[in-house]
Design a protein around this ligand. Structure first.
Ligand SMILES: C[S@@+](CC[C@H](N)C(=O)[O-])C[C@H]1O[C@@H](n2cnc3c(N)ncnc32)[C@H](O)[C@@H]1O
Length: 385
């Protein structure tokens, strides 16, 4: 087994110099390279700045003939690599029914050739580049560029072509621009290093933002995949959309967020409707925020079961008009407690089940956030449901 192991966190090395070399470092995935570099098919390429070491780690046969490059500290990359086999084993969803087409005012977008039912998984996309969000501030610009260009060059050529064809809206070198325009924040188990990460999913990257989207994207840390599911029935020919930010923002705040974060002026149907409709939607959203603030800050003095039920009814009416249903798990749970407190066990069970369903559908992946689901399941247990 190799002596050529990646450095530990504090090891020092020449900037941009690979820390270990292999005379047989030929392209392709030979068995001997696999043994040498663990789960990676290429020798890690590392840079060191002061005490920080960041390396590009690549495997060229990650999932369905695609590769993935991970730019992270060696400790983090080793933890991340433990998800690679779960990824390979995860189910495959065909993307045959989807196509990339020109969308007026938004560049390209993803459309469906077939009707999709609410709750259906539309895409299960594998990342091609995973990069620590901290590394650019710990290495020099040219070191960062070397890490990125190695990450790209070591991937199989179909992956490289796909990545290079993605939208570039934010400036910098091509690959930096592509990452900034298209990558998603993704929370990974990185062995306690504690960096934040950006993940580039080439198919999900083609999905444009809408303020009332027809789909929801969630990252699954166990498999490193991004799942996109329909939040309502979608008709053949429709564009798939997701929300890039919080769903319940008012119009001006949304526009500011997307301009600052992605440098675009949102042209979704909610943002291009009439000033009258936009004002109406903003009023409903302001009321939604106010109601939830009151509901979340109840005290024993302000607790009034009837008032809570009336407020929650209003929250749900606004949510149905504004497309905010995926945010309601806490409201369903609150109603379950209110009914349980009034001895109405049947109603309490109904709302607790709804809270559980909503958490499972929109929030919980790989068992997290564990607190919410554990609390609701304990309540269901107490209610005998
Ligand atoms: C992740 S990409 C989405 C796919 C991209 N349209 C393409 O051509 O590949 C993000 C970019 O798409 C465009 N975009 C996404 N949603 C939009 C929207 N609602 N209104 C206008 N432009 C949008 C912006 O240029 C944004 O920077």
């Amino acid at each position: 087994v190799s002596q050529c192991t990646p450095p530990d966190h504090n090891a020092l090395a020449q900037p941009q110099a690979p820390l270990c070399r292999d005379d047989q470092n030929a392209p392709g995935v030979s068995e001997s390279l696999r043994i040498k570099y663990g789960k990676w098919s290429h020798e890690p390429f590392c840079v060191t700045e002061r005490t920080k070491v960041y390396c590009t780690h690549t495997t060229s046969d990650f999932r369905n003939d695609h590769g993935v490059s991970v730019i992270a500290s060696p400790v983090a990359a080793s933890a991340i690599s433990s998800a690679l086999s779960a990824s390979k084993a995860a189910r495959h969803i065909s993307d045959q029914g989807l196509e990339v087409s020109d969308i007026p005012g938004k560049g390209k977008g993803l459309t469906t050739k077939h009707a999709i039912r609410r709750g259906e998984t539309i895409l299960l996309d594998a990342p091609r580049i995973i990069a620590s969000a901290q590394f650019p501030s710990h290495v020099t610009h040219s070191q960062g560029a070397s890490l990125f260009s190695t990450a790209l060059s070591q991937l199989p050529s179909p992956d490289r072509d796909l990545i290079m064809s993605l939208d570039k809206s934010l400036g910098g070198t091509d690959i930096e621009n592509i990452m900034k325009t298209n990558a998603f924040a993704c929370q990974l188990n990185d062995g306690g290093v504690g960096d934040a990460y950006m993940c580039l999913f080439p198919s999900v990257s083609r999905i444009n933002h809408a303020c009332r989207p027809n789909a929801h994207a969630r990252f699954i840390p166990r498999t490193l995949l991004m799942e996109v599911r329909a939040v309502r029935d979608i008709t053949a020919g429709e564009e798939i959309s997701i929300s890039y930010g919080k769903l319940d923002l008012p119009h001006a705040e949304r526009q500011r967020l997307y301009k600052q974060g992605w440098n675009f002026t949102c042209t979704c149907s909610s943002c291009t409707s009439t000033p009258y409709e936009i004002a109406g939607s903003d009023q409903r959203r302001a009321r939604f925020a106010r109601l939830r603030h009151m509901l979340e800050n109840l005290t024993s003095e302000t607790y009034d079961a009837q008032q809570i039920v009336a407020w929650e009814r209003e929250v749900m009416e606004i949510s149905a008009r504004e497309g905010l249903d995926s945010l309601l798990a806490g409201d369903y749970e609150r109603l379950a407690y209110v009914y349980a407190g009034s001895g109405m066990v049947g109603d309490a069970r109904l709302w607790a089940n709804k809270a559980r369903e909503s958490l499972m559908e929109w929030t919980v992946v790989d068992g997290g956030p564990e607190n919410e689901i554990r609390r609701v399941e304990e309540l269901l247990g107490e209610l005998g449901g």
